[in-house]
Design a protein around this ligand. Structure first.
Ligand SMILES: [Zn+2]
Length: 262
């Protein structure tokens, strides 16, 4: 098959610069607003007041008060659990948002009994809480997070789903390491190691940082970024799955790229 190292793919179509539009918690005018998104965190104060950290379309992550949520009122249904996707009807006050009601769209219920998968989604949730800027819209990352959950639900291997999610998120921010070209000399890569300065060719990877990735392993990493979500389960089912180690290593290293942003 004549795949060139520099051939395009789906992952090239994502905008390659982190965008900084206005902080849009403030751009939404006071009053009722309906926004879709996901619950990242739920905090309950000593007085029983519930605050939700919602990651919302067109708004980014914002804190939302859910008054009365712990006093047996049922109007929020299951919509105030972490990792639940919903349409949230909010009231924007002068200083903050209040939850009025919500319609659950996807609760990933089938994943909640699988401790490995739910742990992984909560780990992604934690990364989003840690690295997204409150009030800064980032709809592409929101969509990537949703599709990463869908991949787990469809039983794509969790390490593959994770690599794909983290890499595309970093790519959206313009800081993903190219799996095609050496991060130091720019040579087309056949085999590589993932280091802090990118995927490195065998000549540049002198410190032996990162697991050695064979040509086959590298092309699987690339393929997982290129193929559409609906094809992922065909190519990367969780069973049978040969060799977790390279995927685990690249995902662990991608997390370090987020730390470098701080
Ligand atoms: Zn090189």
């Amino acid at each position: 098959m004549a795949t060139s190292a520099s051939s395009g793919g789906e992952y090239r179509d994502i905008p390659d610069r982190r965008r900084f539009p206005s902080y849009s918690g403030d751009s939404i005018s006071q009053g009722l607003v309906r926004l879709s998104g996901v619950v990242l965190r739920r905090d309950v104060s000593a007085e029983g007041n519930v605050s939700l950290y919602l990651f919302l379309k067109e708004t980014g992550p914002v804190w939302v008060s859910a008054p009365g949520a712990t006093r047996g009122r049922v109007r929020f249904g299951g919509a105030i659990e972490p990792l639940v996707w919903a349409n949230f009807n909010l009231y924007k006050g002068t200083h903050r948002f209040y939850l009025q009601s919500a319609e659950v769209k996807e609760d990933f219920w089938s994943l909640r009994s699988d401790s490995g998968k739910i742990k992984r989604m909560l780990e992604w949730d934690r990364l989003l809480c840690e690295h997204l800027v409150p009030g800064l819209p980032c709809d592409e990352v929101l969509a990537l997070f949703y599709w990463a959950g869908v991949l787990l639900k469809e039983d794509v291997h969790p390490f593959v789903a994770e690599w794909r999610f983290l890499w595309k998120w970093l790519y959206n921010w313009g800081i993903a390491p190219s799996p095609d070209l050496c991060g130091e000399c720019g040579a087309a890569l056949s085999s590589a190691r993932l280091a802090a300065s990118g995927f490195l060719c065998p000549v540049c990877a002198r410190s032996h940082e990162g697991t050695a990735l064979s040509a086959d392993e590298l092309s699987l990493l690339r393929r997982s970024l290129e193929i559409p979500v609906k094809k992922m389960i065909e190519y990367f089912p969780s069973k049978p799955f040969p060799g977790d180690a390279p995927w685990e290593d690249v995902s662990r290293r991608l997390r370090l790229y987020f730390s470098m942003m701080q």
